[in-house]
Ligand binder design. Structure first.
Ligand SMILES: Nc1ncnc2c1ncn2[C@@H]1O[C@H](COP(=O)(O)OP(=O)(O)OP(=O)(O)O)[C@@H](O)[C@H]1O
Ligand SMILES: [Mg+2]
Length: 476
């Protein structure tokens, strides 16, 4: 796989003020007096020492006790013993809480990467990529605070130069990734003037993820559908939202849909959830139709299923009105997931205008009113442009698999997603199921891979959980 295929395309970054660009400085630059610089260093040292007992209370207390024993009681032996006990207990604590060897290895690796990669190339990479400046013999270079290594990535914590913002770095992720020899770079904002640059050392999503085990119960608010780049489980929320999965043909939309259905099965078996499937291509969902409460595969029956969902949703809303404001899945009022493969077939490509209009109305009604009464839509789409799908903003959650054009990334994941590293247009075609999502609590999009549910898995699922489903005409 070409490394260059994974990093962001060249973009026009916000430029730093630079005398080389002909900016005229009208106010004189005042050199900071040496005494002020010294005072600032002393202040930092004092602050560090003052906060030390708060950050490492046990260590500081033990060190103080050792020093005290030595100084006042003149017991160096006791001080030595105390220190040894402290070291042993720290090591013991580490061995006990995390894999000690792994911790040490990552610490050593972090030190090595800091010295040999980041510190060594820091200045040239940042100067050439336009993120550092020198002016009147002074260097304005962001400072590396710390380098940490996880099993798959390096995290470089830095302090920004005053006057620059994380946006400058977000616009330069391609240069940074190439500069430090990484497949990609993500910018994580930590606080005022503090950011972390995350450089993966290897692609953790390069291997197909086999279908995940079906749990004993389904958490409809966090269904495990794959893995995240950091190794964590990719949890997809379906209850209380609607999800749009966009990606070119062959990008793996089917694996997201099937992984979601698979993770829901315990709830389906308990009769507190139902899957209603619409499969215009007759290729994706037909295989597991025994799992679905309703199934449709042509325009007429698809609209009938959608309108039936709208009718049931509105009936439920009428019953809830004034009594309940949220839905809890029960056997009387199950959670209903309407799965729509290639939604544009109904809303844009179907030759019958009436079908197009009716499906669009039904989808718009379901997505705008279904959330709080337990109806959700999971739709797949190849082409996210407005002309093809003008309902995409009614889907609160979106998944961007491999896309055709860079401009489509922000259409799906929201403005700024591409600048933050969601290069869905550069996903390797040999990695179906890989995509980007926004997860709660993080503005930066997360790279994920859906688990691959094979035909054999679907057969096993229908054998274990399937029942004779209603079909086309019946749905209507
Ligand atoms: N998560 C995955 N991991 C590994 N391989 C996958 C994954 N998802 C899909 N594939 C492979 O990629 C092929 C295409 O996937 P899929 O049919 O899901 O794409 P799609 O986006 O639904 O395409 P279309 O829009 O044409 O229906 C599959 O036949 C399968 O071999
Ligand atoms: Mg498909």
């Amino acid at each position: 796989m070409m490394r260059s295929a994974k990093v962001g395309a060249a973009q026009t970054p916000p430029t730093l003020p630079s005398p080389a660009q002909g900016v005229r400085w009208t106010t004189p630059i005042v050199e900071t007096p040496g005494i002020v610089v010294l005072a600032s260093w002393v202040w930092r040292l004092v602050r560090f020492l003052a906060t030390l007992p708060l950050r490492f209370p046990v260590m500081v207390a033990s060190a103080a006790a050792s020093g005290g024993a030595w100084w006042w009681l003149d017991w160096p032996g006791l001080a030595g013993l105390w220190t040894a006990a402290l070291v042993v207990s720290l090591v013991w604590w580490r061995v006990d809480s995390v894999s000690f060897r792994r911790w040490v290895a990552l610490r050593l690796l972090a030190w090595w990467r800091h010295v040999m990669v980041y510190r060594r190339h820091w200045q040239p990479v940042l100067v050439i990529s336009g993120l550092a400046e020198s002016y009147q013999e002074r260097r304005y270079l962001p400072r590396i605070r710390r380098v940490l290594c996880t099993a798959w990535a390096d995290r470089v914590r830095i302090t920004l130069v005053a006057g620059t913002s994380p946006a400058h770095f977000e616009a330069r992720v391609a240069e940074l990734a190439h500069g430090f020899g990484a497949p990609s770079c993500r910018v994580l904002v930590e606080g005022p003037r503090k950011i972390t640059l995350e450089f993966p050392r290897r692609d953790t999503l390069a291997r197909t993820v086999p279908a995940l085990d079906v749990g004993a119960r389904a958490d409809l608010g966090a269904l495990g559908v794959g893995v995240r780049e950091d190794g964590a489980r990719w949890a997809l929320r379906l209850h209380g939202t609607h999800v749009l999965v966009a990606g070119v043909t062959g990008s793996g939309k089917g694996s997201v849909i099937w992984s979601a259905i698979r993770a829901m099965l315990p709830a389906v078996a308990d009769n507190i959830a139902q899957v209603w499937a619409i499969d215009p291509k007759r290729m994706e969902l037909a295989y597991g139709r025994d799992l679905f409460a309703h199934y449709a595969d042509d325009g007429e029956s698809a609209v009938a299923v959608l309108e039936l969902a709208v009718a049931q949703m509105q009936d439920r809303a009428r019953r809830y009105a004034g009594k309940r404001r949220s839905h809890t899945p029960t056997t009387e009022d199950p959670f209903v997931l309407v799965v729509l493969d290639e939604v544009a077939f109904l809303t844009a490509y179907h030759p019958d205008r009436d079908i197009r209009k009716r499906s669009e109305n039904a989808i718009a009604t379901l997505t705008s009113q279904g959330r709080s009464v337990g109806f959700a839509v999971l739709a797949a789409l190849q082409d996210p442009r407005k002309e093809v799908m003008n309902l995409r903003n009614l889907f609160p959650d979106k998944v961007a698999l491999r896309l055709d054009e860079a401009s489509q990334v922000d259409m799906i994941l929201g403005e700024g997603a591409r600048d933050r590293g969601a290069n869905a247009h550069l996903i390797d075609p040999t990695l179906p199921g890989v995509g980007y999502v926004r997860v709660e609590g993080s503005p930066a999009p997360v790279r994920v891979r859906a688990a691959y549910v094979s035909d054999g898995d679907i057969t096993a699922m229908t054998d274990a959980y399937g029942a004779d489903s209603s079909s086309d005409g019946e749905a209507a």
